[in-house]
Design a protein around this ligand. Structure first.
Ligand code: ATP
Ligand code: MG
Length: 334
């Protein structure tokens, strides 16, 4: 390599002195070393680049896995919140269905008595005998009873269909899209069903404006509200006079939904862990500790809002207030 280079730079003609030639040989030797180093660095760089590409691919995969896991968490929490609502719905359906059943049983026995009476009427009974049969079978009572029985059954059936209609509004489509909806209606409906499904029978106070239409992900907002209200109900489990307040207030460009309970509140040391995944003080099977974690993610990352918690002490009472804040105007970031 050195001789070739000497030729290339015209130093193989024997013109330079021995000193100069040595100097040139040294320079060329150095250049040769530098070239070798450069080739080595290039190989190392290529190796590093390949490593980096692998690391990037691993990172992309890990990010994808994380996103999948988060989607699954959201899905399972959604199922849990739907489960809680279904408990309320089952409770609510039971009532009209049981009186429709009772009415149908009464109508069945009336039908038998009518048949008996008509048989008598058509078999040449004397007027006296027919009247006696009419009294015995209490036909007049039946006639008076039939209309309220049918009306009651119709009312029950209407109630059932109303509940089913309500329930349909709860079923969240697989691919969520933001849309316009009345937050007041959603809060009322969620509080109603959860209170119905609870064994607590709390005093429910709802402070709402007439209407508050926002543009957001209704399914996500509903999921957050279910968790906040369910948590409030759970927190009042041992409270003799449980009081649940759902308050909707607007402030500049924001609407806040505050869910207030008169439970034990949150210990100062626990505030930092509140929104952590799997933080729960509930027994196994009762809580997974994912509700607030998921709600926080939904509120901040999907709904363009915020979720916060605080304790309150007023008029000898205390408890916790959770506040969900949502943008009033259709956010460009949704
Ligand atoms: N209103 C509240 N008052 C007092 N503590 C609360 C309240 N809401 C939540 N917490 C505390 O925060 C914890 C975490 O709540 P989170 O909703 O994340 O999970 P969870 O209710 O325990 O389980 P789930 O996954 O079923 O929601 C609760 O276990 C409870 O200790
Ligand atoms: Mg919860």
């Amino acid at each position: 390599m050195t001789n070739t280079l000497l030729k290339q730079v015209g130093l193989d003609q024997g013109l330079p002195s021995q000193f100069e030639e040595n100097a040139w040989v040294e320079v060329i030797q150095r250049m040769d070393d530098i070239y070798t180093d450069l080739v080595r660095y290039q190989i190392e760089l290529e190796e590093k680049n390949t490593e980096l590409e692998h690391a990037y691919a691993d990172l992309t995969q890990a990010h994808q896995d994380l996103k999948d896991a988060q989607r699954q968490l959201i899905q399972s929490e959604k199922m849990a919140s739907l489960g809680r609502l279904v408990a309320g719905v089952a409770h609510e359906l039971n009532n009209p269905i049981s009186f429709v059943f009772a009415n149908m049983h009464a109508l069945l026995s009336y039908e038998q008595r009518f048949r008996q009476y008509l048989d008598g009427v058509h078999s040449n009974f004397s007027v006296d005998k027919r009247e006696a049969l009419r009294k015995q079978l209490r036909i007049d009572r039946i006639l008076e009873d039939i209309r309220p029985l049918i009306e009651g059954s119709m009312e029950g059936a209407e109630r059932v269909s109303e509940i089913v209609k309500n329930l349909r509004q709860f079923s969240t489509p697989a691919s969520q899209k933001p849309e316009s909806f009345d937050l007041v209606v959603l809060c009322q409906r969620t509080a109603h069903w959860l209170v119905r499904s609870s064994a607590l029978e709390p005093e429910l106070t709802q402070i709402f404006p007439e209407t508050c239409v926002i543009y957001n992900y209704e399914g996500y907002v509903s999921q957050i509200l279910v968790n906040l209200i369910q948590n409030a109900l759970d927190a009042m489990e041992n409270q003799a006079k449980p009081k649940l307040t759902v308050h909707l207030l607007t402030e500049n460009e924001w609407v806040h939904v505050e869910v207030q309970d008169n439970g034990l509140g949150i210990k100062e040391a626990d505030f930092a862990k509140l929104f952590d995944p799997f933080y729960t003080t509930k027994s196994v099977g009762k809580g997974t500790g994912l509700g607030l974690y998921i709600s926080y993610g939904l509120a901040t990352e999907h709904c363009g809002g915020a979720l916060s918690a605080r304790n309150y002490y007023q008029q000898g009472e205390n408890g916790a207030i959770f506040r969900l804040s949502l943008p009033l105007k259709a956010g460009a970031n949704l």
